[in-house]
Design a protein around this ligand. Structure first.
Ligand code: UTP
Length: 471
């Protein structure tokens, strides 16, 4: 632990000595906490962060040559069976772990607790974490190998997340296979001066460093090394709020490791956009590299461009599902040439005024918060493949309390997917005039994570309108 004098000299060198304004008034333990926070925030990086992101705003200029990223289409003529075989081989060899980023604040949902604890399924109201845990258990039993699961909460929800798993006996997983590690944070900067803000006399104003921070957190926490020691070579990455994600998808993993045009470093899934105006990240090809361009950075005219058959040219919407190799993640986490950029957000951040010690609640955005996005790692991969999937099959996010991407739309999609799986097995499903199922169905991941798993299971011939079916 560096001494107070050491920290003071380093802060003075970067004009941030106000962070020690109250140090002489603090008891030993808060004093130590503040010094540790300053050390972890790497004061030497402050001047370039202030210059690049606070005093200036990096321009998101779109290169002229941006084109849609090519992708393996849902109905495309490619060898799905070969991909599945390659993925299954990888799983049988025990080389895959799952990875969930769960450090977000979930402010739009307004749920009091980590988002993964949210009751997400239509009938049994299983929490999201349970849905994923059961899918992982199912895959693990199918492929005969444990599939470790790394979960990254942030300081804001770490303890609650760990306690939730303990309370629910890790949903049947071996606790040794569930690895929690904390997300890193970034200090908030005063928007006009570039000074790092104090949240209190003994604490920096810190905020989670974005899902892209997960890559350095995997490294810093020793999780990459721990997984490597277990023989893991690839991670299946997904967000905490997608109730129908396939945590383990052999076809996707197989393309990622074995497709001729994949370097096996980082791969992605997309869904076709609903229309040109849908607000999702767009999969593009920039100078031969795959990249996600935020919809707000893509001119509207370009988003509306169509192919000769009338389909949207920039059709690949990001759903934040990736496969990544451990080697690639190590490189991104440790090699400065591969450092992810930050994205700036101007926010209202309460702060402790360094002369009076008063806590100020700003009425207007006063601070710059910096976050990294995981998809910014894509262009760092030499050859990165993209797989199209079906929205109903794999994308039922819970983001908002109401409206789009809400619990209501997610449960409707879960029922629709279950209805399709049953229809594929010859079960007659009642449908309303708008063709949505006139019943509620939930299929446990322990029963099936793929329609093929319903084979041999005793199913009803038909489901009555208004009924609830739990399989
Ligand atoms: P979102 O962009 O939906 O953000 O995160 P959020 O914080 O969960 O929700 P809002 O915007 O406050 O309503 C997408 C995924 O990235 C994770 C989230 O937990 C979610 O799985 N995430 C986000 C992190 O792990 N860390 C972060 O700093 C931000």
């Amino acid at each position: 632990m560096p001494t107070l004098e050491d920290i003071r000299t380093r802060l003075e060198a970067v004009n941030q000595a106000h962070l020690l304004a109250f140090i002489d008034t603090l008891d030993a333990s808060p004093k130590e906490q503040l010094l540790a926070q300053i050390e972890a925030a790497e004061p030497e990086t402050f001047p370039s962060l202030v210059e690049t992101y606070v005093k200036n705003k990096p321009l998101a200029d779109l290169p002229a040559g941006v084109e849609p990223a090519p992708y393996y289409a849902l109905a495309g003529d490619w060898d799905r069976a070969a991909a599945r075989n390659a993925g299954e081989d990888l799983l049988r060899a025990g080389k895959v772990a799952c990875f969930t980023v769960a450090g977000g604040q979930g402010s739009r949902l307004g749920y009091d607790g980590p988002k993964g604890c949210y009751p997400a399924t239509p009938l049994s109201h299983k929490p999201l974490f349970q849905v994923f845990a059961e899918s992982i258990r199912k895959a693990s039993s199918l492929f005969g190998k444990p599939i470790p699961w790394a979960i990254m909460p942030s300081d804001l929800n770490h303890d609650a997340t760990v306690a939730f798993f303990a309370q629910h006996k890790h949903f049947g997983l071996d606790p040794a296979d569930v690895i929690f590690f904390p997300q890193g944070s970034m200090p908030a900067f005063d928007r006009s001066t570039g000074n790092v803000l104090l949240a209190a006399k003994d604490a920096l104003a810190l905020t989670p460093d974005g899902h892209g921070g997960s890559i350095r957190a995997l490294h810093r926490s020793g999780t990459l090394d721990a997984l490597r020691a277990r023989g893991i070579e690839h991670l299946s990455y997904f967000q905490v709020d997608n109730a129908t994600v396939k945590p383990v998808d052999p076809v996707f993993l197989g393309l990622h490791v074995a497709a001729a045009d994949s370097s096996g470093e980082m791969s992605s899934k997309i869904v076709a956009k609903t229309d040109a105006a849908e607000k999702v990240g767009l999969f593009c090809n920039i100078d031969g590299r795959t990249a996600v361009v935020e919809y707000s950075d893509m001119p509207v005219e370009r988003q509306q461009e169509t192919n000769p058959d009338g389909s949207l040219k920039f059709n690949g919407g990001s759903i934040a599902i990736h496969a990544m190799s451990l080697d690639f993640l190590s490189r991104v986490a440790t090699n400065p040439d591969y450092a992810l950029p930050f994205h700036r957000a101007d926010k209202k951040v309460p702060y402790c005024e360094p002369t009076s010690g008063e806590i100020v609640q700003p009425a207007e955005p006063n601070a710059v918060k910096l976050e990294m996005f995981v998809f910014d790692a894509l262009p760092l991969a030499k050859r990165s493949i993209v797989l199209e999937t079906d929205r109903v099959e794999e994308f039922a996010p819970i983001k908002n309390a109401e409206g789009n991407d809400s619990p209501a739309t997610s449960t409707a999609l879960q029922t629709e997917r279950a209805a399709r799986w049953l229809e594929a097995r010859g079960v007659s499903i009642p449908r309303s005039s708008d063709s949505t199922p006139a019943c509620t169905i939930e299929i446990s991941p322990l029963t099936a994570t793929d329609p093929a798993h319903l084979e041999g299971i005793d199913l009803p011939e038909e489901i009555e309108a208004g009924s609830e079916v739990l399989l």
